[in-house]
Every structure is written in C-alpha cells, then in structure tokens.
Design a protein around this ligand. Structure first.
Ligand SMILES: O=C(O)CCC(=O)C(=O)O
Length: 313
C-alpha cells in the first residue's frame, strides 16, 4: 500500500501499530546467524519523506562542524522503526583484552553492538560474494581475518537516503543497542586513520532519549582524554534525531553517551552510524570490536529483553 502525503501528515500515533510483514524476501547471507526482514511498506514509504526537518548547523565552537536533524525520521514511523530494528537485528556483547604495560585487562563493552559492511578495497556482488574493488574478481582468501557481512536490505535503504541527504558515501553501518541507562559509551573520537581525514559520520537515534556529550580535545596534545574542567556540549538526542559529524570534528572533539538515571533510563535506545572505511584495517577493527567472538543476542518479544540466541532457538 503506497501512502499519500495526506496520510503522512495525519496526527502522530502514540504507540506503533503492529508492524506489517514485508512481502519482499528477507536479507540472508552465509555470515548472518539469522535472516533480516525488509522494511514493511509502512516504514519504506514514509522514509521517502526523510529528512522530516531541515538540519541545523552547529559550528559555533572551534573545530566543530555538525548538522543536527531534530528529527530526521518522520514522526509517524519513528516508534515502528525502533521496534522493527530491535526485533530484526542480531547483536553481540563484545569482550576483549587490552594490555596496559604488563597488565592485561578484560573489557566488557557496556552495550550491545553489531556491524555490517566492508572497506573500499572490496565490495559485495548482488549475490553476496566479496569482490576486489579493482579487479572485480573474488578477493584473495587471506584478505580478511574477520568475515565481512553485507549491509542488510533494510539498513541499506536507510544508508542510501542518508547518502543523498549528506552528499557522502558510506560503506559501513554500526549499530549500538543501549538496553537501559546502565549501558553507555565512554569519551572517544572516531578519528581512526582508516576513515581518512575529516570523516563524515551520520548517527541516528531511536528509542529512549539519551544525552550526547562532547568535549574538545586538549589543545596541542595527542592525549586521548578531554579537559576535565570544561563544560561539555550536550545534545539531548531524541528518537528519530540524526547528527552528521564532519570536517574537523572527529580530530578535535570527543563524544560519549554517559550512563543515565531517572527519566527514560529503563528504556532501550538504538544508535545507527554510517561511516566510510578506506582500507582493510577498518574492516578488521569494526568486526573485532562490534561482533567479536562471543554469542549472538536477539530481542525476545515475550521477555522484552535481549536474550542469548542459539541456532534453532
Ligand atoms: O550512541 C551514540 O549516539 C554514539 C555512538 C558512538 O559514539 C559510536 O558508536 O562511536
């Protein structure tokens, strides 16, 4: 059913109606533990109206260049889109070890993560085969230690819309799921060399409102930490909002989603970022830290939480 513009401007619904199933084949791939459904027509059609508002430029601080859409996703589908992605995607709770001097510490990533895509040296054929970007032939078997995954159809639809809005090209989609206010991401910048200089990153928020804090890196320093005394810039990201961080932002600013108490802290939030990795190192890095080597988690409608998933469950 195609929606009309009149239908689209009907008053917002408080809660999402049950999602209709798409008639299109779900996305499947040998690297996926489960298939991923396509967007139902209700989401697909309304996405044609995105962005729902004009972006606001935030560039009033040194080295900051952000476009903030409040919202980007049409209000009519923001809840349904959140529920659809939480149900359809599979996630990981990644653990890894870091060595500080002689001491090895285990890091437990404090949120659920998943990732799709491959860097510029390769691409997926429509049949899902990884091909070399130059020769257009299957990649050598030893190109990657990880197993890159194609972006499933639903997220790829959002990627294409985002590319048109931002006039940028993206080959990676990272998804975070913050189950509640205890899940977080600490101050960091997405300034890895594999993203090239001045990378543009488009970042979507769905579900619970969470604060996005930003601090300028200490001037003339390679230090990772921010200046502690500085008051952070706070963007109260709401469901459907989208941020484009671009230009000198990543090389000069840190960002974080701190833990949250009180209002909205019992609700889940999805963050989707689209990025462009230029070289193989980016692919290895993203799969190591967003898929890892542990088990799969899937949303349970009965239990209303992410549960460990095993084949056949
Ligand atoms: O959840 C967010 O809005 C931020 C996510 C983020 O900073 C990241 O994935 O690098």
């Amino acid at each position: 059913m195609k929606r009309t513009i009149d239908g689209f401007f009907k008053p917002n619904q408080k809660s999402a109606p049950p999602t209709e199933q798409s008639t299109e084949e779900p996305s499947k791939h040998e690297t996926y533990p489960l298939s991923v459904a396509q967007f139902p027509a209700s989401i697909s059609d309304a996405l044609g109206f995105a962005p729902a508002t004009d972006g606001r430029l935030i560039d009033d601080r040194p080295d900051l260049d952000i476009v903030y859409y409040q919202p980007y996703i049409p209000k009519e589908i923001e809840k349904e889109l959140f529920q659809f992605l939480r149900c359809e995607l599979f996630f990981y709770r990644v653990q890894y070890n870091i060595k500080r001097g002689p001491v090895e510490t285990q890091i437990n990533t404090p949120r659920f993560t998943t990732v799709f895509g491959v860097d510029e040296s390769s691409y997926f054929s429509p049949q899902g085969h990884l091909l070399d970007a130059v020769t257009k032939r299957p990649i050598p078997k030893d190109r990657y230690k990880c197993k890159p995954r194609p972006i499933p159809g639903c997220l790829d639809q959002l990627r294409k819309i985002t590319e048109r809005t931002t006039d940028q090209k993206f080959n990676f989609c990272l998804v975070n799921y913050y189950a509640n206010g205890n899940d977080s991401i600490s101050y960091h910048s997405d300034d890895e060399r594999f993203l090239g200089s001045n990378p543009a990153i488009a970042s979507f928020s769905l579900g619970a409102r969470r604060d996005f804090l930003m601090k300028h890196k200490p001037p003339n320093s390679n230090q990772k930490g921010a200046i502690d005394s500085e008051k952070p810039l706070k963007l109260p990201l709401a469901s459907g909002d989208m941020l484009v961080m671009r230009g000198p932002t990543q090389s000069n600013w840190l960002h974080s989603i701190p833990k949250r108490k009180g209002k909205d802290s019992d609700r889940g939030r999805i963050n989707i970022t689209f990025r462009r990795a230029m070289v193989r190192g980016g692919t290895e890095n993203y799969y190591t830290y967003n898929v890892g080597s542990g088990g799969v988690f899937k949303w349970s409608k009965e239990r209303q939480e992410m549960v460990a998933w095993t084949a056949g469950s």
